[in-house]
Structures are given as structure tokens and as C-alpha cells.
Design a protein around this ligand. Structure first.
Ligand code: TYM
Length: 328
């Protein structure tokens, strides 16, 4: 039996990047035979940026509801909340002793985030973020971690930490691997195809899962494209290729099919249709979301059951690790 583990932060609006790069794949692949799936809300990661307590709690429930909405099935996948399983914080402290300041200083996410105000003023939690992430995965002996491209550096560090621990103490942790989608591992910003689509960038650069149709249609109309007006997927045309990827996912059509359909038609028609397709699909998804989100009792039950199932595995691993280190 192979284990799949991945998480998502409740720190703002979810985008179609989160959906296509991670959540949709989690739902699609959970039916594969021979796999156990664990998906969690990474709320301890969220507090590396200051959060309002009420809003964080609300967003935690929102994420669970979004997971159910996109088809993650609590009968097939364990859904849990990171902060509710103390082993996550505990393993992080232990793993801190198997990673160097130099390794953490190389992480691009930390470098990017500390660019504005300098390293010295950053809180340690932000610096330590990848170690908490390593613990999230190693606690469960994960085989595969389905993530978007932006997380691969963190997973590589996780592997290095696990390897170091194993070298010193003997085989303790399984070495996991990041699994990336061939097509959707990096959905790009609508304004700048060199940057990933992100909820922390300007509002017109991303499409939120909860966005209304008018705004979606407007944003796709305004999306940056090159000037040759030919709808084709190519490395040299990153903007239209990004839009084609989104189209292909939402319409469930291949690039070939779409290219044929739009032969001789310009970007204007294509972008308009893309806006219609995405907004229609998101409208349906949003309707399901609001029904699921309204039933907070059910969400609480899903979380309680998930926490209990994940907690058993995490605590067992924690006991093994503590035993090895003479801590228990
Ligand atoms: P987060 O919340 O930033 O993103 C959740 C998932 O969405 C993917 N993603 C994208 N994929 C493709 N294109 C995009 N534009 C895009 N934007 C986001 C992310 O790669 C991610 O897979 N640190 C993690 C959460 C985490 C985690 C873990 C993940 C905590 N512990 C352990 C895996 C394993 C994060 O902040 O993801």
C-alpha cells in the first residue's frame, strides 16, 4: 500500500492554480487501487503570516468544504487539521536538529518573502516553515506528495532531512517523492506568464474559486497574450499556452482539439469562450460549496474522524522517533 500526503494553507482565497495543481488531482487520483490518501489543512503554516483568529478558523472550515466540493471523499481519503495533531509541532522541533541554517536560507520562498523587509526582521516561523512541512510528510511515511511546482524545493529538503536522520539513526523515515502534474504543476499569472498564479499577487492576476462570472470573464479578456493571434501550445508562447492549459482542464478537451476548434479565430473569441467555460464550471462548483459549507456539523464530523485516523499514525511514528532519541 502506498501513501499519498499533501496539504493546503488556509491563508486566503483559493485560486484555480490551487485547484488544478493540487486539489483536483487529489480528488481524481484518490480512486487508484493500492493508495491511501491523507489531505490536511496546514493552519500552522498559515500563522507564519499574522492571521485574525476568527477568520483563520472560518477559512479552515472553508478548505475542508472545498475539498469535499471538488470530490475528495472522506471515505477514501483522510481529511484532517494539522494543528489538531500535536505530533506535527513536536516532530518539527526534533527535525530542527537535522537541518542547517544554510539549507533553510537557500529556500526561495523564504528568500522571496524576506526580500521586502530583510532577513533579520523575519520571524523564525517563516524560516522554519520547510521543516514543519518535512514533518507533515515524514510522520506518515508518505510515498508520494502531489504538489505544484512551487513546493518541490521544500520536498527536496524534506528528503535531505529524512536521509540525514536515517544515516545517523538507521532507517526511520521513508524517503518521499513529489509528484507533479505534467500539465498543471504551474498555472501562471494572467498578467505575467513568468510568475505562478498566486493569491498574494494583484487581484487581476488570478481567478479565485469563489469568484463571480462577470469578474472571471473580464479577467480572461484582459489576460496578457502575445501579438500573433494564433491559438497554439508552445514554449515560445507562454501566455496563450497557460490559457490553453486552463481551457483544456475546464473543458476536458485536449490541446489538439482546442487548437483545431480555434483555427483561424483570434485570441478575442478564445478568451471570451474561456471566460464562459470557467465561470460556468465555477458557478456549479460554488453552488455545491455553499451547500456543503452550510452543514458545519458534517464538516466537524469529517474533521474529527480524520484527526482521529491521522493521529493514530502520527503518534505511532512520534513514539518510534522519541524512542530512538531517548526521549521516551
Ligand atoms: P499552498 O496552500 O500555497 O498551495 C496548495 C497547493 O496548491 C499548489 N499551487 C499551485 N499549483 C499549480 N499552479 C499554481 N499557480 C499553484 N499555486 C498553488 C501548491 O503547489 C500546493 O501543492 N506549504 C504548502 C502546504 C503544505 C504542504 C505540506 C504541502 C504544508 N505542509 C506537506 C505538501 C506536503 C502550501 O503553502 O501550499
Amino acid at each position: 500500500m502506498k501513501r499519498v500526503v499533501s496539504g493546503i494553507k488556509p491563508s486566503g482565497d483559493l485560486t484555480i492554480g490551487n485547484y488544478l495543481g493540487a486539489m483536483k488531482r487529489w480528488a481524481d487520483n484518490q480512486h487508484l487501487d493500492g493508495y491511501e490518501n491523507f489531505f490536511f489543512v496546514a493552519n500552522l503554516h498559515a500563522i507564519t503570516v499574522k492571521q485574525d483568529a476568527g477568520l483563520l478558523r472560518k477559512r479552515t472550515f472553508d478548505i475542508v468544504a472545498w475539498l469535499l466540493t471538488v470530490g475528495v471523499d472522506p471515505n477514501k481519503s483522510v481529511i484532517f487539521i494539522q494543528s489538531m495533531i500535536p505530533a506535527h509541532s513536536e516532530i518539527c522541533w526534533i527535525l530542527n536538529n537535522y537541518v542547517t541554517m544554510g539549507e533553510l536560507a537557500k529556500m526561495t520562498q523564504f528568500k522571496d518573502k524576506s526580500l521586502k523587509s530583510g532577513k533579520e526582521g523575519q520571524f523564525v516561523g517563516l524560516y522554519d516553515y520547510p521543516v514543519l512541512m518535512a514533518g507533515d510528510v515524514l510522520l506518515y511515511d508518505a510515498d508520494e506528495i502531489p504538489v505544484g511546482m512551487d513546493q518541490t524545493q521544500h520536498i527536496e529538503l524534506c528528503k535531505a532531512i529524512a536521509q540525514r536522520f536515517n544515516n545517523i539513526h538507521g532507517e526511520t523515515f521513508k524517503i518521499p517523492k513529489a509528484t507533479l502534474s505534467k500539465t498543471t504543476a504551474k498555472i501562471m499569472s494572467l498578467n505575467d506568464a513568468t510568475k505562478k498564479m498566486s493569491k498574494s499577487e494583484s487581484a487581476d492576476s488570478f481567478i479565485g474559486l469563489d469568484e463571480d462570472p462577470d469578474s472571471i470573464i473580464k479577467k480572461f479578456k484582459r489576460a496578457v497574450t502575445d501579438s500573433d493571434n494564433k491559438i497554439s501550445f508552445s514554449k515560445d508562447k507562454p501566455e496563450i499556452s497557460n490559457l490553453l492549459t486552463i481551457y483544456s482542464e475546464f473543458a476536458d478537451k485536449t490541446f489538439d482539439e482546442i487548437e483545431k476548434e480555434y483555427e483561424g479565430k483570434g485570441y478575442g473569441v478564445f478568451k471570451n469562450d474561456l471566460g464562459e467555460i470557467v465561470s460556468q464550471k465555477l458557478k456549479d462548483i460554488q453552488k455545491t460549496f455553499s451547500e456543503i459549507r452550510d452543514d458545519e456539523e458534517r464538516l466537524k464530523n469529517v474533521i474529527a474522524e480524520g484527526n482521529s485516523n491521522a493521529g493514530i499514525i502520527a503518534n505511532e511514528k512520534m513514539n518510534v522517533v522519541k524512542g530512538i532519541l531517548g526521549l521516551a
